[in-house]
Design a protein around this ligand. Structure first.
Ligand code: NAD
Ligand code: DAU
Length: 354
């Protein structure tokens, strides 16, 4: 193990964003050992990494971040000196159905990881880092104007965002109390390949393709700030290497869309790709009962990250959406695998009542 200059534990590497982060680090830094600890829940999929899992600096560990023995053993076996923590329950609608599993993984799981890092990192804090990947949802909701900055007070409003906010607080508590070197980044909505089709964009792509109703919550007036997933991975890379311990960084796309406008844009793109007449897919749009406690608007001020580290998004939304649609059309086998079994049960429960 001594030959690797950093030994990084990445949690949740089989998920959507985690797989992009693992791929970037494995290929860009062959001198780093990357250990991917993932429980492979319904949202995790080892197929996401099949193009890189043969690389010599990759190790996969199937395990739960809530389990202290498993987590402690990672630090002993691999002499882990850095953590990039992405493992989480991540879907707001599921958190409304089953809040306690979010408390367990997001709050307890993060605390177990922090504790293991604290106990095993006794010296040389300058050579260690616990990087916690969090969300803009911890800030609550905005009205029609304004932005979330790093100074915005936390005001989470769903069980998901409350569990992420609690995990952020634990990260900062370990920093202040035990001097654990930590960084938190809070990012807006990601989109791109390997996105599980319970989330808005991949769900809509899948339903447009299969001529199924497009369930728009409420009036479709809610606004999200969308970022290409590889731009998030690049931001994590930059912050991991150049960010200041003890700091928080907001990451956003400078790219706000009302849900209904976004769904219509997807319809237009897919009408062209599928050879459908103008306006054809739009007929599938169905307004359904709103999400309880639905946050109206998220918008990130990513100025600090831009000023301090020079980061900005690389792709326009139109370009990114085209690439995303192409990926889904070309990877229908991936879609078939992840939408069989458990997904059907979830989909029926989630949308039957709306
Ligand atoms: P995801 O749901 O696609 O993947 C989560 C991964 O974590 C899966 O591989 C799953 O198997 C694993 N996991 C879940 N519970 C686990 C446990 N107890 N032990 C070990 N592994 C477990 O999530 P995502 O969308 O890729 O999000 C990754 C992280 O980024 C999360 O922390 C999320 O809060 C945060 N985030 C997501 C977005 C977004 O738009 N998706 C935006 C900002 C921040
Ligand atoms: O802002 C960052 C967050 O973005 C991440 O922390 C979460 O992990 C991620 O899931 C995402 O949360 P959202 O709730 O914003 O994403 P979702 O894709 O579930 O919904 C996006 C918007 O679309 C939201 O306003 C709800 C709406 N929506 C969603 C679904 C699934 C619909 O109108 N219909 C749908 O079927």
């Amino acid at each position: 193990m001594l030959e690797y200059s950093k030994k990084i534990l990445i949690t949740g590497g089989a998920g959507f964003i985690g797989s992009h982060v693992v791929r970037l680090f494995l290929t860009k830094y062959p001198e780093y050992l990357i250990v991917n600890l993932d429980a492979v829940t319904y949202a995790g999929n080892l197929e996401n990494l099949k193009d890189v899992d043969h690389l010599p600096n990759y190790r996969f560990e199937h395990g739960d971040i809530v389990d202290e023995k498993t987590v402690d053993s990672m630090f002993v076996t691999y002499k882990i000196d850095h953590v990039i923590h992405l493992a989480a329950e991540s879907h707001v609608d599921r958190s409304i159905m089953d809040p306690l599993s979010f408390v367990k993984t997001n709050v307890l799981g993060t605390s177990v990881l922090l504790n293991a890092a604290k106990n095993s990192w006794k010296d040389k804090p300058e050579e260690k880092l616990f990087y916690h990947v969090s969300t803009d949802e911890v800030y609550g909701t905005l009205g029609k104007t304004g932005y979330f900055t790093e100074e915005t007070a936390y005001d989470p409003r769903s069980p998901y965002s409350a569990s992420k906010a609690a995990s952020d607080h634990f990260v900062m508590a370990y920093h202040h109390t035990y001097h654990l070197p930590v960084i938190i980044s809070n990012c807006s909505n990601n989109y791109g390949s390997h996105h599980f089709p319970e989330k808005l964009i991949p769900l809509m792509i899948n339903n447009i393709l299969n001529n199924k109703p497009l369930p728009v919550y409420g009036k479709g007036e809610n606004v999200r700030d969308w970022l290409w997933v590889d731009d998030h991975a690049r931001a994590i890379d930059l912050i991991f290497h150049k960010g200041r311990p003890g700091q928080k960084y907001n990451i956003g796309g400078f790219n706000e869309w009302k849900n209904i406008d976004l769904v219509k844009l997807l319809c237009r793109i897919m009408n062209k790709k599928l050879g459908r007449a103008e306006g054809e897919s739009e007929k599938l749009i169905t307004y359904v009962k709103d999400r309880p406690g639905h946050d109206l608007r998220y918008a990130i001020d990513a100025g600090k990250l831009n000023r301090e580290l020079g980061w900005k998004p690389s792709l326009s939304f139109e370009e990114g959406l085209e690439k995303t649609v192409d990926w889904y059309l070309q990877n229908q086998e991936w879609v078939r695998h992840v939408t069989s079994g458990e997904y059907q049960k979830y989909y029926n429960e989630q949308y039957a009542k709306r």
